[in-house]
Design a protein around this ligand. Structure first.
Ligand SMILES: O=C(O)CCC(=O)C(=O)O
Ligand SMILES: [Fe+2]
Length: 324
């Protein structure tokens, strides 16, 4: 198991004061608690003026050349705040305090440097910034509300060609035993035979249960690995993906080969308050280790935002912040 060390920028080293000041000004000038998502995204884009140069440079590096694990960890993006409201008990939208909304603005402002923030209308009420929190009754689920079960290896929304290009996880409250685990496809050591099978259009994925979609419909065939050999891309979900033909033993074996290679290439990070982990969703798979929830308002709390890094694609989808 590796630690994420090469892909880290710590903002306690300076340059963050202007952003903090700009946020405080926004908190005084706007009623953020009632602001619709569309306007929140617009407002977050004004933060670019106050963004530390190191953030802009490291994000450009992630976008244009990638990093060791094709992730970027920005530390101390927001201060850990004693005044933070209790961790929400649901994945569905609830009103938020101004302090929380300011953190959303930072997340959207940074993610906006990588593309257009969006979500799926079918995902947790279609809110642009989702909560990743343990939910009572969902402890063993393979969703953002799970906790006691290992959240298995996946890319976000693998079933959809519209899945995000990057997503960011901003930690508001941490949890010692919950490590976010990542593995970049370029680091996978795969046998030639498995690699060739994984490049074939012979796999299907059903939507995960986080989405409220009518039926599963006919699924398009997809490869697991695609793109140029020196810088490949991956679409993988260890729970929801199978060979399209259930008799396809080569396909199943190749998926198992991919799963083992992912474990061997994986790196862990236990998110702490103020950390923003940005993940390349086209080149990295991720998972999360189990933890015990308390359901007392002090549980682990991440906020997630997803982006489409092609303005052209975004326009083709009508510029929608919640796509259908
Ligand atoms: O909790 C984490 O660290 C990752 C969560 C996640 O991957 C998800 O909600 O899809
Ligand atoms: Fe995920």
């Amino acid at each position: 198991m590796f630690q994420i060390i090469d892909d880290v920028v710590d903002l306690t080293c300076g340059g963050i004061d202007e952003l903090r000041q700009r946020l405080a000004d926004l908190g005084h000038s706007y009623d953020l608690t009632a602001m619709p998502d569309k306007e929140t995204v617009e407002l977050s884009s004004t933060l670019v003026k106050a963004m530390p140069l190191t953030v802009i440079q490291s994000i450009r590096r992630l976008l244009h050349g990638g990093t060791a694990h094709d992730v970027l960890l920005l530390r101390n993006v927001v201060p850990s705040a004693p005044e933070l409201e209790p961790t929400p008990a649901s994945l569905y939208p609830l009103p938020r305090h101004t302090e929380t909304r300011l953190r959303e603005l930072v997340l959207l402002g940074v993610m906006g440097l990588l593309g257009e923030p969006f979500t799926f209308a079918s995902l947790y009420g279609g809110r642009i910034v989702q909560d990743v929190v343990p939910v009572r009754g969902a402890e063993d689920e393979q969703t953002s509300g799970g906790s006691k079960a290992f959240l298995e290896w996946h890319v976000e929304d693998a079933f959809s060609p519209d899945r995000c290009d990057y997503f960011g996880l901003l930690c508001l409250r941490g949890e010692e035993t919950a490590a976010t685990r990542i593995a970049a496809v370029k680091n996978l050591q795969l046998g030639e035979r498995h690699r060739a099978v994984l490049r074939e259009n012979r796999f299907v994925i059903v939507p995960d249960i986080g989405h409220t979609l009518e039926g599963t419909g006919p699924r398009t065939l997809t490869p697991v690995i695609s793109g140029p050999a020196p810088d490949p891309e991956i679409c993988f979900d260890s729970v929801y993906m199978t060979p399209s033909d259930e008799r396809d033993s080569d396909g199943r074996e190749a998926l198992e080969g991919a799963a083992s290679a992912i474990v061997r290439a994986s790196a862990d990070h236990t998110l702490k308050p103020g950390d923003l982990l940005i993940v390349d969703n086209r080149r990295v798979v991720h998972a999360r280790t189990p933890f015990n929830p308390r359901f007392d308002g002090t549980d682990r709390w991440l906020m997630r935002a997803m982006v489409c890094s092609s303005p052209l694609q975004h326009r083709r989808r009508g510029g929608a912040r919640a796509i259908t």
